[in-house]
Design a protein around this ligand. Sequence first.
Ligand SMILES: *Cc1c(COP(=O)(O)O)cnc(C)c1O
Length: 366
Amino acid sequence: MDWSKIANQHLLEISPYVPGKPVEEVQRELGLDTVHKLASNENILGPSPKAVEAIRNAAAQVNFYPDGSCYYLVDALAKTHGVEPSQIVIGNGTDEVIRLLCNALLGPDGNVVYAHPSFVMYKISSMVMDAQRIEVPLKDTYTHDLDALAAAVTDKTRMVFVCNPNNPTGTIVKKAAVDAFLDKLPQGVLAVFDEAYFEYVEDPEYPDSLDYFKAGRAVVCLRTFSKVYGLAGLRVGYGIMDSSLAGVLHRVRNPFNVNALAQAAAVAALGDADHLAAARKFNSDGKNYLHAEFDRMGLSYAASEANFVLVDIKRDAQAVFETLLKKGVIVRPGKFLGFPTHLRVSIGDQAGNQAFIKALEEILGS
Ligand SMILES: *Cc1c(COP(=O)(O)O)cnc(C)c1O
């Protein structure tokens, strides 16, 4: 029996996500002493020590189900952001909140608008709902085209995703452009701002989508503990949205979607301002280093406001990716990100960043 013939046929159009090999396997196979994994936009500084302590303390209680309401985390986030607990939905990573938004708002009758290349979960989760997808090319190679996104909206559009900063390019859209964009959206179209890299942004013209939300706009603000907070392995992210929409997502989500260790760690991480500041500085230093090295090497790149840089190496990036791997540096080749001649490198520690630049120079110079 071939069950794929019986399954919902529209699901077969989804390309399966191809995960990288575990670092330990790469290391063993290639006989490498050290491997620098700069492929998944993880926080190489590590999690807050307070979060690690909270995980230890919670570990002995994992015989109990987690708190299905995420009471303490919701309470802490509501106070941090100045919103109501009823306006917050916590997910098993922001990925889950994106999925839940698609579950709630999309179906075969509606469409969704988002940029391309951008974060792949908008596509996958809307394909799960068999919704029509309108993909709008980036402009000037790397940046969201907000005018084109607004112009792509039809009377069937339910939702527009704006990834700000955008993954995989690291670019932002600025406040004036977002103001104009929101003014153009018809009533009943939700603007979902994915701000997974919010805390890293240094540009003063970067808009905080929470301001729009608080001003009564039809806006959802998505944030995560996976990036600056360094908790990617625990899976916890959240959305801030109108409580009537949150109520729909709560009906759809699994009752215990956020595990107990993740909840404890996220509360602790949120309270560790020193670690947050250190993570931002760590990132800013590493980003400035990479930008400067790319300038020195004459490589063009998307000026990043996130914890990764997309660099154009002007040749098939797949081969360069594989050679970098043999030299102990794992990056993300651009092929599946929509940039076949680019590499996306996450900001590492000094040793990792330098190892990457050294290896890249050897490869490009030879
Ligand atoms: C990493 C990332 C997320 C969040 O991922 P989770 O780990 O599921 O919280 C969301 N959006 C973008 C653009 C990302 O890069």
